[in-house]
Ligand binder design. Structure first.
Ligand code: UD1
Ligand code: CA
Length: 453
């Protein structure tokens, strides 16, 4: 049986933030959520989060996680003190306890599985994750023998200059036989530079303890300041991009784009520079996205082109072309083979197949049929200052340049709206509608001052 405990009580002073450190976001998820996610393959029977600084806020942010148990560490007297708070909760628990710092968000699930396998195979009292770091400053140093049995962990600030040369560091990820840990936890002393109760001391008391080096040291980077948070984001992004490159996606300039891990891409998608794909977004095969586009929570069907545009919470059908400079938001559905062009904004609007909205339009709360042509500058006046109203436009209808459709309004099929019209009354099928002042010409007219003499 496995229990998981995550240390999330610290303030994170070095973040210089009003937000507790473990709630800082990394690629759309908080640090503590990422740590929890990395343990899910182990199917833990208990999941304990140790909270302290801004405990209520941390609890509230984790509401959507089922079966979490929160343990409060009211005073933050160190990582050992934090795990001491678990003693009453896990009384009589007969299994292994995985302890993770809440600020180690890049762990791969396979790494934890490997650590647990080593731990169980050798019947260790504890197994700890370590890494050889090029710049080990700030981390606890781990000393072990050739068989990878632990000799000692010493915190950076408690090291002698010679000890500090050791590049093997403690990742802050531990697997304990709970019964063994529970026995030594009450004996911790705060005899160190920080006057804190160190979990690493508990490890030092146990035997046998084995050390497992991670292959990719980036996995165990701890987040203590904003610079490390930014570095972690880059690492996360590199992982995501490398996976899509391997899966048959072209990314023209990887450094200039970002992709959330929740995004799905088809083969032969081409992602041009300065493009950002976020949230629950799916892009089908053959699409060319960007340069300069932001797509969030949207479905882009096959062979679509999106150029310098922003699309959120929307869907675009096969073979359509979007942009440059289009903004689709709040439940827009674009049919197949449509063209939506320069400076067009749409909100909560459905347009049928082969319908074009090519220039300078705003369509809100509108439903358009197939093969409609919306002329340059056509606007739906959907808002009367209090309520939003719908516009309906039938198949093959064309609006002239600069028409205003004052909603609620309905235009039938095969309607032509004359340029510059302001339409306020419904129009049936198959008609021309003109709603503008007739042009008058006064021959020979001049301003008074320039009258002919
Ligand atoms: C700790 C380890 C160090 C290791 C490093 C890896 C100890 C004594 N040192 O150092 O060996 O190399 O992590 O990143 O454990 N926390 C609490 N309650 C507390 C103190 C801390 O819950 O009273 C939580 C923090 O919120 C954080 C985690 O424990 O998530 C680690 O604390 P932090 O202060 O960052 O430890 P480090 O100094 O980095
Ligand atoms: Ca840390």
């Amino acid at each position: 049986m496995i229990a998981v405990a995550i240390l999330a009580a610290g303030k994170g002073t070095r973040m210089k933030s009003n937000l507790p450190k473990v709630l800082h976001q990394l690629g759309g998820k908080s640090l503590v959520e990422r740590v929890l996610t990395s343990t899910q393959n182990l199917s833990p029977s208990r999941q304990i989060v140790i909270v302290g600084y801004c405990a209520d806020q941390v609890r509230a942010e984790m509401q959507s996680w089922p079966n979490l148990e929160f343990v409060e560490q009211t005073e933050q007297l160190g990582t050992g003190h934090a795990v001491q708070q678990v003693l009453p909760v896990l009384q009589g628990f007969d299994g292994d306890l995985l302890v993770l710092n809440g600020d180690v968000p890049l762990l791969r699930p396979e790494t934890l599985e490997k650590m647990l396998a080593t731990h169980q195979k050798h019947h260790n009292a504890a197994t700890i994750l370590t890494a050889q770091l090029p710049h080990p400053k700030g981390y606890g140093r781990v000393f072990c023998d050739a068989q990878m049995h632990l000799q000692e962990i010493i915190e950076d600030r408690d090291c002698t200059p010679a000890q500090r040369q050791n590049q093997r560091i403690n990742a802050g990820v531990y697997c304990f036989r709970w019964s063994a840990l529970a026995e030594v936890l009450p004996d911790l002393k705060a005899e160190n530079d920080q006057k804190e109760y160190y979990l690493t001391d508990a490890v030092n008391y146990l035997d046998p303890v084995m050390v497992l080096d991670v292959e990719d040291y980036q996995e165990i980077l701890g987040i203590n300041d904003r610079k490390q948070l930014a570095t972690a984001y880059t690492i996360l992004q590199d992982r995501i991009k490398d996976a899509w490159l391997a899966a048959g996606v072209t990314i023209v300039d990887p450094d200039s784009i970002t992709i959330d891990e929740t995004v799905e891409l088809g083969t032969d998608v081409i992602i041009e520079p300065q493009t950002h794909l976020r949230g629950d977004t799916k892009i089908d095969t053959g699409c060319r996205i960007g340069p300069g586009s932001l797509i969030e929570n949207s479905r882009i069907c096959a062979n679509v082109q999106v150029l310098y545009s922003v699309i959120s919470d929307s869907r675009v059908g096969d073979n359509s072309r979007i942009g440059p400079y289009t903004h689709l938001r709040g439940n827009v559905h674009i049919g197949e083979k449509c063209r939506v062009g320069n400076f067009v904004e749409m909100k909560k609007t459905i347009i049928g197949d082969r319908t074009n909205v090519a220039h300078l339009s705003y369509l809100g709360d509108a439903t358009l049929g197939t093969q409609v042509n919306i002329g340059a500058g056509t606007i739906t006046a959907n808002y009367d200052g209090v309520n939003k109203h719908p516009t309906q436009i039938g198949d093959r209808t064309k609006t002239g340049a600069n028409s205003v459709l004052v909603a609620p309004i309905r235009l039938g099929t095969d309607v032509t709206v004359a340029a510059g019209s302001t339409i306020t009354k419904d129009v049936g099928d198959d008609a021309l509608v003109v709603a503008r002042q007739r042009q008058s010409i006064l021959p020979g007219w001049r301003p008074i001052s320039s009258k002919k003499t």
